[in-house]
Design a protein around this ligand. Structure first.
Ligand code: ZN
Length: 482
């Protein structure tokens, strides 16, 4: 016999084996035990979480010679036929390739012939792909089918299924499989096969599978085919040309030290080792996301993935969540833009060169906060020294100081500039409203994707009053003119 994929080999043959979908299993078990069957079921959820498997299990439970039973025998003609997809009373239809009204009409005429088993069961996979007229043709049939007919629909995109269909079905929402469950299953699979696997590889499979058990088994098959009996992450990293995370951490440390040359050299080194640009950006984004979660106080390793030692490098201490938000935002845009780039490598280099100045950049939120503080102090008619302090706060990024520290240098000139600008600011005050409340997140700022001046070193101030912007530039005007 040829190779059978693990996903097929490990497909649950009993509801007891279907883990992670307790609500679905309990409800179906009760329905079968109480002989209360619906005419139509709708299974919705992400890919690879057991929808089609559950549909087949339900079909088996209903038609098993020794049933209806929650534990089908898996031996009778009906059970064997359903497992092999050859049962004449359990018809599996792929919604993606049978979308027309003609296809549905064929089902409607076929329905008139009674089954040889207890029920005639139609499993329609990816039901959201049916055309509107096909859905309409289906409506009447699923509302009043012959007693012996049961429909089971499965979909990954429930929002595309019309409400008229949903309201005629018993609806089950399938959940993503938790990372612990994925890891546990892969670990016991390795035990069963006499293989070894390290924790990092397990975490890698759990992360890449994104809650789909089928994907997890597929990745496992691939890894075991080139790692043999012992799956170690170091080998996976090399074979799959992943970006070694120490290198990403190194790049971030170099960014803190504003060492653009070091950053680019590390990147070129990765390129020479075969790491693809897309892979690099995707791995980098993942690392930053984990670091952000860690900085937000989340310690769940399922979420932060890396050990606290990796994420707590002393170099990273001066990076604020704001800095990391900006980096992640840049990476996500970079990944989208690379498709249309004349040379994606150039885009990566540009991003990395800018990364060395990350601590000089301020988010919209930070700019708005500082402008508001500045405006408050000038509108209160405070003394020069207070204005000087506010101006010094705003002036920080221009002097490349870590965010949050107060500049000890040039207080006199800052105070002088602020004093001259406070007049201008109060002039603006007379005819301009105060600074608008800052947008809490960049994503909410309503800014169109790909807006041109986005990576300006001072950030995007397009959301704020012109008057406030003027006041901001008043503070810097000496610097700008000189
Ligand atoms: Zn059976």
């Amino acid at each position: 016999m040829g190779f059978i994929s693990t996903a097929n080999r490990k497909r649950p043959q009993d509801f007891n084996e279907l883990e992670g979908q307790d609500f679905v299993v309990t409800t179906i078990r009760n329905a079968i035990e109480n002989n209360r069957f619906a005419h139509a079921y709708l299974f919705a959820g992400p890919r690879g979480v057991g929808k089609t498997t559950s549909a087949r299990l339900l079909a088996k439970s209903l038609n098993c010679k020794h049933g209806p039973s929650i534990h089908p025998c898996n031996k009778c003609e009906s059970c064997v036929g359903i497992t092999a997809s050859s049962s004449i009373d359990c018809i599996e239809i792929d919604g993606a390739s049978n979308t027309s009204v003609e296809d549905i009409r064929r089902i409607k005429s076929d329905i008139m012939y009674p089954p040889s088993s207890r029920f005639k069961i139609y499993i329609i996979d990816e039901v959201h792909m049916l055309s509107n007229s096909a859905f309409n043709a289906l409506l009447k049939t699923i509302e009043e089918p012959p007693d012996y007919v049961i429909f089971i629909f499965a979909t990954t995109e429930i929002q595309k299924v019309p409400q008229t269909i949903k309201s005629r079905c018993q609806f089950f929402r399938f959940k993503s499989i938790g990372q612990d469950l994925v890891k546990g299953r892969i670990r016991s699979l390795c035990d069963e096969l006499g293989m070894s696997i390290d924790d990092q590889s397990l975490s890698y499979i759990a992360r890449e599978s994104e809650g789909s058990m089928r994907d997890a088994y597929t990745i496992f098959d691939q890894l075991s085919s080139f790692c043999g009996k012992s799956i170690v992450f170091g080998k996976i990293e090399k074979e799959l040309l992943l970006t070694p995370y120490e290198k990403i951490a190194d790049i971030l440390s170099l960014a803190v030290k504003e060492d653009a040359k070091g950053i680019l050299e590390t990147f070129f080194d990765l390129q020479r080792n075969g790491v693809q640009n897309e892979q690099f950006v995707s791995d980098f984004a993942f690392f930053i996301r984990c670091l952000l979660l860690h900085k937000s106080g989340i310690s769940d390793r399922d979420m932060t993935y890396f050990s606290p030692e990796v994420l707590s490098r002393p170099d990273f201490a001066s990076l604020t969540p704001d800095n990391l938000n900006l980096i992640l935002d840049d990476l996500l845009k970079l990944y989208r833009d690379m498709r249309y780039s004349i040379n994606p490598g150039f885009d990566c280099e540009l991003f990395l060169a800018n990364l060395a100045r990350i601590r000089m950049r301020l988010s919209n939120f930070e700019i708005a906060k500082r402008l508001a503080a500045y405006e408050r102090s000038s509108s209160d008619g405070d003394s020069d020294s207070d204005s000087g302090e506010a101006a010094a706060t705003i002036a920080q990024p221009a002097q490349a100081r870590p965010v949050g520290t107060v500049s000890p240098t040039r207080p006199e000139s800052a105070a002088k500039r602020a004093a001259s600008s406070s007049r201008a600011a109060s002039r603006h005050q007379a005819d301009a409203p105060s600074v608008k409340a800052p947008a809490p997140e960049r994503a909410d700022s309503g800014k169109a994707e790909g807006s041109a001046t986005d990576s300006d070193m001072v950030g995007d101030v397009s959301n704020y009053d012109v008057a406030a912007e003027d006041a901001f530039f008043d503070v810097f005007k000496d610097d700008l003119i000189n």
